[in-house]
Ligand binder design. Structure first.
Ligand code: FES
Ligand SMILES: [Fe+2]
Length: 430
């Protein structure tokens, strides 16, 4: 458990909060490239860390991120016209380029004003299907990071976004919580639990992550700090023989990242706070071996049903019981009454309420990954508050960060397989 005070400290991300200020020292994804479909397309409004921004793509295809309200008298730039190399406010026609330069002021002829003023715009990088921005202090811009997926050709990559009405830490914790995978996601990870003779197994079983190992529901966790945060392994007994163990490594990196291993692709995930009560989870899947399609991934994640997922929002709510399929549960066709990893994770996070108060929880050994996440966030905050740099903020090359899922003769050697992390991203001496 956490004290209510510490819970607040870790979960609040608005301007002026400790976590909010620390988070502002990193680059964050704010949209997928697909959200701005082409040059001069409609602008969009997106939230990041409690602030609202307007994003637009100019005639040359360059993306701009700016404060929502017009520099002149505050109309929303989201209403603007995107044309001829900039965005134009519809109120009095002031026009701005992606870097905030005022290109035109139809109601004010004197050009000196345009030289004196500039709109508040933010640094932008577009890479591998994500639009990233930096909204922190201008004299503290960290290097822009490169991830392993950046080296993977476009046809073996896909990007998705899921907005969930839950605080980022709830969503991130679900991604660093090994023991729920073989339980909440029973249909996906161990469809053998479906014992009913007349069960329609295939309807609900999505054999994406099936492994004998998931039958071990109390994995032993081992953890190690790294410069980017930490990594941990879940060690599970394999089948009946007991000779081998399954070891699954999950890297967790500040400010919001984690990596999840699937059999033939890996997901790099950013649980980005839109505000205190809303999280945009950006997922970049990349495969070393096969082309990836988005539709298939959405199906397997339970996101093709518009009752659950619409326009990137996870929309099922409590007043409909989240559309849980109780009949399928009774018939032992579905463990959770939900279908697919993301549907299950999102509902569980939502059901905790927008900002869960961790003062009421009861942790067990299986929660060690979650506990370490909170500790590393807290430690980084302390360093930051003493004037130091948040963990990992200087890393430009994150491409050595990779998880794995291996069957090993014993657990002892797992650290050898994770040597890149501790070599390239050593934890500071503590
Ligand atoms: S408010 Fe935007 S031009 Fe006047
Ligand atoms: Fe999950």
């Amino acid at each position: 458990m956490l004290s209510t005070e510490l819970n607040e400290r870790l979960t609040r991300v608005g301007r002026g909060t400790s976590m909010g200020e620390m988070m502002r020292r990193y680059w964050h994804p704010i949209a997928t490239s697909a959200e701005l479909e082409g040059p001069d397309c409609d602008p969009i409004v997106r939230k990041l860390l409690g602030q609202k921004f307007v994003l637009f793509r100019d005639t040359a295809g360059t993306v701009g991120v700016m404060d929502e309200h017009c520099l002149h008298r505050g109309a929303s730039m989201a209403l603007g016209r995107v044309e001829e190399g900039g965005i134009r406010c519809i109120y009095h026609g002031w026009k701005f380029s992606v870097d905030g330069t005022i290109l035109d002021t139809p109601n004010h002829a004197d050009p000196r004003l345009r030289e004196r003023l500039k709109a508040n715009t933010y640094l932008v990088r577009e890479q591998s299907g994500l639009i990233w921005t930096y909204i922190g202090p201008k004299n503290k811009v960290p290097p822009f990071r490169r991830f392993a997926y950046d080296d993977v050709p476009a046809e073996r990559k896909r990007v998705m976004r899921v907005n969930v009405r839950a605080n980022y830490l709830q969503v991130w914790e679900a991604g660093t919580d090994s023991s729920h995978v073989g339980i909440l996601h029973s249909n996906v990870t161990r469809p053998g639990w479906l014992k009913s003779e007349d069960a329609q197994v295939d309807e609900f079983a999505i054999k994406d992550m099936v492994s004998d190992a998931w039958d071990d529901m109390a994995p032993k966790l081992e953890l190690e700090n790294t410069g980017f945060g930490y990594h941990y392994v879940g060690i599970r007994k394999l089948g009946a023989s007991g000779e081998q163990v399954n070891v699954r490594l999950t890297p967790v990196f500040l400010p919001t990242g984690r990596m999840i291993i699937h059999p033939d692709f890996y997901a790099t995930v950013f649980d980005t706070p839109m505000d205190d009560e809303m999280t945009a989870t950006f997922i970049v899947d990349a495969s070393d071996v096969k082309p990836l399609g988005l539709q298939e991934r959405l199906e397997r994640s339970g996101l093709t049903d518009p009752r659950f997922y619409k326009d990137q929002d996870f929309v099922a709510t409590e007043d409909t019981g989240y559309f849980q399929d109780r009949e399928a549960m009774r018939q032992k066709r579905s463990w959770s009454g939900f279908q697919g990893l993301t549907q299950e994770d999102s509902v569980v996070c939502l059901s905790m309420g927008p900002v869960f108060d961790r003062a009421t929880e009861h942790l067990v050994a299986a929660d060690a990954g979650v506990v370490r996440l909170r500790q590393r966030l807290q430690q980084s905050l302390e360093v930051f508050e003493r004037g130091g740099e948040p963990f990992g903020v200087r890393y430009e090359d994150m491409s050595k960060v990779r998880g794995f899922d291996k069957n090993l003769p014993g657990a002892a050697s797992w650290k050898d397989h994770a040597r890149d992390h501790t070599t390239y991203y050593p934890a500071d001496a503590e």
